[in-house]
Ligand binder design. Sequence first.
Ligand SMILES: NC(=O)c1ccc[n+]([C@@H]2O[C@H](COP(=O)([O-])OP(=O)(O)OC[C@H]3O[C@@H](n4cnc5c(N)ncnc54)[C@H](OP(=O)(O)O)[C@@H]3O)[C@@H](O)[C@H]2O)c1
Length: 295
Amino acid sequence: MPTPKILIQLDSDSHASSFDAVVAVDAGVDQLLQYPNIEASNVQGLVHGVMFTRSPAELKNTAIFIGGYNVIAGEAIGKEIAKTFFGPIRVSTMFDGNGSNTTAAAAVLCAYRHITPHQTTALVLGGTGPVGGRVARLLLRNGAEVYLTSRDVSRADSAKKEILERVGGAAKDSSATRIHAIGSDTIDSVLPEANVVFGCGAAGYELLSEEKLCSATNLRVAIDLNAVPPAGLGGIGVNEKAMRRGDRVDYGAIGVGGLKMKIHRRAIQKLFEQNDAFFDAEEIFAIGQELEAAR
Ligand SMILES: NC(=O)c1ccc[n+]([C@@H]2O[C@H](COP(=O)([O-])OP(=O)(O)OC[C@H]3O[C@@H](n4cnc5c(N)ncnc54)[C@H](OP(=O)(O)O)[C@@H]3O)[C@@H](O)[C@H]2O)c1
């Protein structure tokens, strides 16, 4: 009998996410163990529990998923897990707090169906949030010129610094000169040269009016991740998927959601192919690229 695939769902919320649980089952997990109320300080014992039960050859049949609404708490849990592992005694782990990594990966990949990554000027509205920050990071890694916005330019600047820290060595190349932090009040100066715009603001707020969106003649793609009315990018319907409007194609949150779900399921499946992977934004994006190549 094959060793059952066990997924340990660590969630910082008081109830572990039912969404993440359904995806795990649909991805073929045999046994899902959910742990709510997880903090970095109480994770070590649980991680020891998965490290020392199965033989090294069987460790790839156990994996960890980190979720929860609080993305910063989830990132701290991920760091604590990585610190707890040693040598080959480890299990593969995926971080997708509040859907941030799968959503960002799917959004960027939808855009790449229509534009060439390294010849792109991208405007990331709401770039200080978990999704927007990851969208900006993935675009930067793939060679785009990135403008990241916030209502407060100092917050945009902090987000930019955090992204450059994450891209590490790459910051020594052109990355540092290709990312710009700007205030929402200066969007108009960038809009005419933008080829793609991502609406990554909080749910239920318009970030850019339909009139301004339509005035940006170089825009080839507009992606709105907000599913709660009003639209984040004026005039884009939540279900739209590659909806052509003149020279531009538009995606709404549910239009991106199909690819996001596929990426999430495939990432869960890939956790069980080895025992030493850590899936963060870049790795999840790479999984999405494989799916897109097979499309
Ligand atoms: N389709 C999916 O599966 C999926 C999954 C996850 C998330 N989402 C959606 O993706 C979007 C981004 O998610 P997130 O978790 O990163 O969002 P978030 O943290 O709630 O908000 C992102 C940014 O929006 C800005 N913001 C907050 N209130 C605002 C307001 N009243 N007006 C304008 N801007 C405001 C903030 O930036 P500043 O304060 O710096 O301006 C904040 O950092 C959300 O709409 C979310 O619902 C979709």
